[in-house]
Design a protein around this ligand. Structure first.
Ligand SMILES: Nc1nc2c(ncn2[C@@H]2O[C@H](COP(=O)(O)OP(=O)(O)O)[C@@H](O)[C@H]2O)c(=O)[nH]1
Ligand SMILES: [Mg+2]
Length: 308
């Protein structure tokens, strides 16, 4: 079985084609980093979803480091870019956070939010399994009562991961499900509660109101709950993910991001631009549908895989 790094590397191949190969193409054969070359560089970086601000900063760095010296082989440019990207990702100390699976509070409540189809339920299954591997007791709450099949899907995953589930019938109040789950975890001294939520309602403002209500109601059982709000973003949606992050952040305080479907997208640059824009750390990245295809985000590893 391929290692996670191998999967990440092959998953990022298309992103690399845009980002690294695009940059190499822009500077190869150019005697110096003149304005035309800089423009080509900018175009390549923006197209790779790096975002405007980060692109501007990177260009400034390249001007400073490489200036009008011979751009020479593109190696110097690529090395400078790699260093820059690593530095920027490292600037978020909570990235990946190693102690994620050993939280201090009990129950520790993790609410998982995001639009439809981004991978929330799958991510919950993957997380639940990880918590079990760390010998934590886990309860999942099926608070996506909007889609008829949503609870069944979570149920199947919960059985596979060997964790308990709180669910109700389709159409019931999702906040009540979340409330019951936290209550039950509290009385049974369960360590972790992971709350699945809907990604689509009749309107977007309904959805945001529902997210707020779920969050508020859980706080009545355990004052600090939810301790984590993980926003799941599908990497293949590119800059759309950024807009989703803005909307969810305003409604419920998002504490961390999970970027899924990095396997085979050309839009992996979104990892950089989302962090820059929102200053929310990426906690996990997903590179496939399998239960082991989710890993804590490691900035150094990510950049390494991108440039490998
Ligand atoms: N390729 C790939 N597919 C994923 C990943 N994460 C989730 N999926 C798939 O995305 C689809 C939607 O996932 P689901 O968890 O139901 O999304 P939800 O609507 O947000 O709960 C499913 O087919 C998952 O298998 C990932 O990292 N890579
Ligand atoms: Mg779901």
């Amino acid at each position: 079985m391929a290692s996670f790094f191998e999967k990440l590397k092959s998953g990022l191949r298309k992103t690399k084609q845009g980002l690294v190969d695009g940059v190499v193409y822009a500077v190869t054969g150019k005697a110096r980093l003149d304005e035309t070359t800089i423009e080509d560089l900018e175009t390549a970086l923006i197209a790779a979803d790096l975002g405007y601000d980060l692109t501007a900063d990177l260009i400034a760095r390249l001007r400073e480091r490489i200036g009008l010296r011979e751009a020479g082989s593109s190696q110097a440019v690529v090395a400078c870019m790699k260093e820059f990207l690593q530095e920027r990702l490292m600037a978020f100390p909570a990235n990946g956070r190693r102690d994620f699976f050993s939280p201090a509070q009990r129950p520790h409540v993790i609410m998982v939010v995001g639009v439809n189809g981004v991978g929330k339920t799958t991510t919950i299954a993957k997380l639940a399994k990880r918590f079990r591997e760390h010998e934590r007791s886990v309860l999942v709450a099926a608070a996506d009562t909007f889609r008829a099949a949503a609870s069944d899907q979570l149920d199947i995953w919960a059985q596979r991961a060997g964790v308990d589930i709180v669910r109700t019938q389709h159409g019931a109040d999702p906040a009540a499900v979340a409330f019951d789950a936290v209550q039950s975890a509290k009385s049974k001294s369960t360590e972790i509660v992971i709350v699945d939520t809907a990604g689509r309602l009749h309107t977007k403002s309904n959805l945001m109101e529902e997210m707020k209500k779920i969050s508020r109601v859980m706080g009545r059982v355990v004052a600090e709950a939810p301790h984590e709000v993980l926003l799941v973003i599908d990497a293949t949606t590119g800059q759309n993910g950024l807009r989703q992050a803005e909307v969810f952040s305003q409604a419920v305080g998002v504490t961390g991001l999970v970027i899924t479907k990095l396997d085979g997208t050309a839009k992996g640059g979104i990892v950089f631009s989302i962090q820059e824009k929102l200053k929310i750390p990426v906690r996990f990245i997903g590179v496939g549908e399998g239960i082991d295809d989710l890993q804590p985000f490691d900035p150094a590893e990510f950049v390494e895989a991108l440039f490998a």
